[in-house]
Design a protein around this ligand. Sequence first.
Ligand code: AGP
Length: 659
Amino acid sequence: MTGEARGDSLSYSARLPFEEARAGAVSRLPDLSGRGRDAAGKELLMCGIVGYTGQRQASRILVEGLKRLEYRGYDSAGIAVRKDETVKEGEAPLLVIKKKGKIAELRKAVPKDLPGNYGIGHTRWATHGGVTDVNAHPHLDTAGRVAIVHNGIIENYAPLKEMLENDGAVFASDTDSEVIAHLVAYHYEGDLESAVKAALRHLKGTYGIAAVHADEPGRIVGARNGSPLVIGVGDGEMLLASDVTALLAHTTSVVYLNDGEVVSMSPREFRISDRDDRAVDPKIDLVTWKLDAIEKEGFSSYMEKEICEQPESIARALSGRMDLEYGSAKLGGLELSKKELHAIERIRVIAAGTSWHAGLVGCQLMESVARLPAQAELASELRYRNPVVEPNSLYLAVSQSGETADTLYAMREIQRRGGSVLGVCNVVGSTIARESDGGIYVHSGPEIAVASTKAFTSQLAAFYLLTLSLARLHDMSHHEGDRFLKELKAVPEAVGRSLLLRDRIQAIAKRYAHHRDFLFLGRGLLYPIALEGALKLKEISYIHAEGYASGEIKHGPIALVSPETPSVFLVPNDHLREKTISNMREIKARGGPIIALAEEGDEDVAAIADEFIPVPAVETRFQPFVMVPPLQFFSYFCALERGCDVDQPRNLAKSVTVE
Ligand code: AGP
């Protein structure tokens, strides 16, 4: 999905084969990359990198960039800049400032007038290994001449550390990342790029790295293997980041680095080469995201803003893709001819979390509407099974970020077995987008809050379009296609109306936020929506919530029902409505409080429920769209009520780039 700006003609670049192990050996230190995983190598990092070289004050740009990346990880942060050109004898030339806590802590610690016009910065998120100032990045070598920042995991860091210590290196932190600084210093002979390449040959694991050396003013070297890096090409300045959001304030011209590539940049030029030192022709892409899309714009949080943006984001996902002439959908990025599409016999979705829930809805639709057997699989499970990749199956890797490790590795496993995988991604140029064999961008715009909201409904929109397109190749008539399109076209407006329920939901959340446990229950297309409602509540308000198919409660979960455990029912407006109402009665009879979402005017449901949330009337198969925003608001207001940080919930990161 390279550099494509909008809609229908997505161009997917050729797939770069994933290279598990790097070729070549290094001069003096033995290659230990084959050794096993060390306990401390389990440290999980889902962090942000930013680098700047140019004429402006680097520290300011780095801290600002880190602020933009904070959503990726936020337990500590730091920067390294060259103090100035005239460093006194015996003084460390690189200044590193790092602080645990939010970027605000780092900002306080960085002097406003700090000189230096190149440097690197990092936000860190750790689940293992101490959250301390010392463990924050950047890390220095013993002499303080090399500084590095690293995203990923160095699995063989322990034996490397032992060897480097035997060679005289003094380690300051407990992290795996610090070995990289010492390795670069070990190999440094006046050329940072060569030293970084030599250091990389020792490493086993994943990395996105940026490095500077005090003896090479203005130079930054970056490298990538499994952790994203993107170059920002400015006017007389260059930037490097793990995420385009850190670059948007400065440039929209970007180059995405592929696995195995190394970039060496100075203010006016950059050079990309591969592991074998062959020059790589850069492809400059234009990012179409606007800066205001990553600002809060008057909202109190990104999550609130992103929930409220859904009418527009869904409209964007649909825009230019509704084929009104033929009652079908146009999805050029699939890169499949009508004949190839027609030959598809089954669909498999691979995804995680919220994206998996979108996949569950998509699969039900494709099966019931397009009459194709379809199944959504958890990527983390599929990867370690021994999956049968049948011919004429179409795999869809669904991912907002396009960087989720579980989904990426599952996709690669399928491709390795000869299966073709299409990406359904939001982030243009992300790894899944680039490595997939075609796909659909969902165009929800940047999603900053950790809890996925608008990307989910845009993923749904993509599945509805794909369903229509497939259905029209099989049994669906032109007339039925027209009807489906008419309903789909009306979705953004209906979602807008469901957002008007906000105040009612806030009041309900106030009354229920103190409960410890919730059940979320739905049937058919609303079953995955129940799972999504439960996930949202768990992740941002830390309330235990179980999502279940309503028909399943009598098989066990009903034992949980009590006045302390409210049930949130999603009531469909079709033949399953009666059955759902019976389930509500079963709960009611056992003293369980009921919050019910049903079509406006449904008096029966309103009479049984303790709290009634009337959602706009739409055709049954489009009900997922109007049920989702109230559930998002419910989790949002429960979280606020409980004093939780809605944008940056504890223990979570936006892109889960480790397994
Ligand atoms: C969603 O609210 C979660 N933060 C999480 O489940 C997320 O959907 C999952 O990690 C998958 O992410 P992706 O869509 O970027 O692949």
